[in-house]
Ligand binder design. Sequence first.
Ligand code: NAD
Ligand code: ZN
Length: 261
Amino acid sequence: MDLIKRAAMDLINSKYAVAFTGAGISTESGIPDYRGPNGVWRKNPEAEKRAYEIYGKFLRNPKEYWEEVQKSTIYPVLDKALPNPAHKALAELESLGILVCIITQNIDGLHQKAGSRNVLEFHGSVSKLRCIRCNSRFDKKDFISLIESGEVPRCRKCDSALKLDVVHFNEPIPMDVYVKSFEEAMKCDLMLVCGTSAVVYPAAELPRVAKRNGAKVIEINLYETSLTLEGISDYIIKGKAGEILPRIVEEVKNLKYPEDK
Ligand code: NAD
Ligand code: ZN
């Protein structure tokens, strides 16, 4: 059977479908991934080194951290990016009552911009700030002028220095989103894994947890990943997420509402 139709039928027959997304779902919105063919780190290994150091910098000296964030060229790209057909297709699957939630590793907020409501941002969000002492989160826009004037933003509850909500390398995943994401991975009976190389842990554990708990795992990626090779995914649909996902949604609608045709 054609894999698009198979995925549509699997989605319709699922009772609790969850999507797990990575940088690959946003490449068609003009945001480079890390490890894909045009990945940031393939082109600029120095950027990878800096990424590993930035959390330590925040802990030692928040002012220097914010200076470095201000110099970054990637955050303005993320702020301006728009959702693509892949994000919109997942939002539609939610509104059709098929997808329960999205667990995303992305920090770009594009699932919410596309209309998805139930989104767990495993690695945080570029549009928020977070206090690592009391875990409060704040909208970045409320602090923009302060940050631009060179001041360190401070928590409105406990006065600690705030960092971006984005989870940097070497930084623990915030406990609230960590617990909820693993609960969803354990509860789901289908996980749609889109555009992730599934090598960044602990996020990469989520499809493996889903599989161990009996869920069907479907991958959408340009290439095979460790999930494909380890037999974690039941099958992979190879291609661009922005082309594959809308076709799956079309097929879901054809199967669910044949009278509309
Ligand atoms: P990754 O770069 O390791 O892997 C991206 C995967 O997507 C690759 O397997 C690639 O083959 C696939 N891919 C690329 N374009 C695709 C397309 N159009 N359709 C389908 N598949 C496509 O990304 P990752 O697994 O998400 O891990 C990287 C980490 O970096 C994440 O944890 C995330 O927090 C962060 N990150 C986020 C963004 C973002 O917010 N948009 C961008 C870059 C990195
Ligand atoms: Zn605080």
